[in-house]
Write a protein that binds this ligand. Sequence first.
Ligand SMILES: [Zn+2]
Length: 469
Amino acid sequence: MSEVNWSEEVLKRKEALLSDLNGLLEIESVLNEEDSTEEAPFGYKVREALDYMLRLGERDGYQTKDVHHVAGHLEFGDGEEAIGILCHVDVVPAGSGWTSPPFKPELREGKLYARGAIDDKGPTIAAYWAMNIVKELYPSLSKRVRMIVGTDEESSWRCVDTYFKQEEMPVMGFAPDAVFPIIYAEKGIADFEWHFPAVKTEQHDLVLKSFGAGERLNMVPDFASAVLIGEEKVLSELKTVFEEFVSQRHLSGNTSLDESLTIEIEGVSAHGSKPEQGNNAAFRLAEFLSGVGLDTGGTTYIDFITKWLTDDFKGEKLGVNCEDTITGDLTMNAGTFSYTALHGGKIGINLRYPVTCDFSEVKTQFDKVTGPEGITMNIIDHMTPHHVPEDHELIQRLQRVYEKQTGDVAELLSIGGGTYARSLDAGVAFGALFQGKPQMAHQKDEYVEVSDLLKAAAIYAEAIYELAK
Ligand SMILES: [Zn+2]
C-alpha cells in the first residue's frame, strides 16, 4: 500500500467524528455518589457515557466489554499482545459563568465549547476515530488495539483499579489525557499527616488555643488564623505587636480581641507541585508566634513549623532533599494545619519525589526528626513514581510519529503531577493539547480547537499503526 496520508484520512471522516463527539459531550457525566447503584456505581449519567462509547464500538465492529459498569474496552485485531489507549468519559462539574450551556456543545470560531471538550471527551473521540482509520486500512496487525474507557478519572480512579484487577495489562500504550508531545516521567506523590500529641495544660501567661490554615494538601494555604488566651493586658500588647508585624511585612492581617485574641493573616495560594510560587500563610503566622512565649504545647507545634518547614520547599532542613535529571527536585507542600491546646495538632503534607528517590528512605529520615518529639505519621495516599525509559520502543515510535506530523521536536516532559497514563505499566501521556495552547480543562468555557483535534486524531492514527503493526 502506498504511504497513508493520515490527515487526509481524518478529514474524510470529520463530520462523523464531530457528530460522535457532540453526542458524548451532551451527556452530563459528572460523578454522582448519591445516585450510585450497582448498575451505575458513579451515577446513571456516567454509566450513560460509558454505554455511549461501547455502543459506538458495537456499531463499528469492535469487541466490547463492560467491566462492572465502571470501565470498559473496545478492541480490534488478533495478536498475542495488545496496545492500550486509555481514555475517560467522566467530567468535572460545570461550575458557573459559561457563555453557552456546558452540556450543549457550541461551535464558535473554530472552537467547540463544552465541558469535557479537551478533558477528555474530545481526545477520546479523536483517538477512537484514529482507531477506526487504522482498523479500516490495516485490519490485521501484529497486535490487538484496545481502547480502555474509564469513568472515575476525575475522582479516585476506581475505574482503572477495578478494570486492571481482572483485565489484561497492555504491553504498552498511551493516554490522550494531557499535553503533547510526551510525558514520560511523573514524580511519586505522597500525602500524609503528622500528628502532634496533646500536651497537658499548664498555667501560662499566653496559651495557643488554636491554630489553623489550609483545606487541601495540594494547595498552598492563603489564609491562617490563631486564637490566643491570656491576661487582657498581654493580649492587647500582642495585638499591637502583630499589627506592626503585618504592616512591616506588607501582609494583610486581621485581629479581634475580646475574651481571647484572634489573629489572621493572608498569604498567596499556589498549586502544591509548585509551593515556591505561593506564600504560605501558616508559615507567616508561625513566624510571628515563634517569638511570643507560648505554652509548651503551642511552642512545640509552632517551633516545628519554623524550624523544619518554613519556606523550605525541597525538604532541605529535614534532610530529605533529592533530585535527578529525569524529574528534578523533591518538593514539599505543607497544605493543612490544625492545632488545639486540648487535642494536639496536625500538619498535612503533599510530597512529590523524583523517580530515582526511595520513599522509604525519606520516611526513615522524617522519623529521625519526628520520633523523639512523639510526632507520628499517617500516610493518606501514596502513588509511586512512574517512568518509561527514553529508549523504550513506545517512546521511540511516538516521538517519530509526532515529529514527522508536526515538524516539531518531540521533547520528553516530566511532571510533578499524576496523569492517567500511570495506570498503564508502560504508558505515557500523549496529547491532546498542543504546546502553547491555553489549558482549558476544568475551566468555565472549556473548549477544543477543532483543527487541533483533527491534527491529534491524525497523530493518534499513525501512532496506533506504528505501535501495533
Ligand atoms: Zn482528564
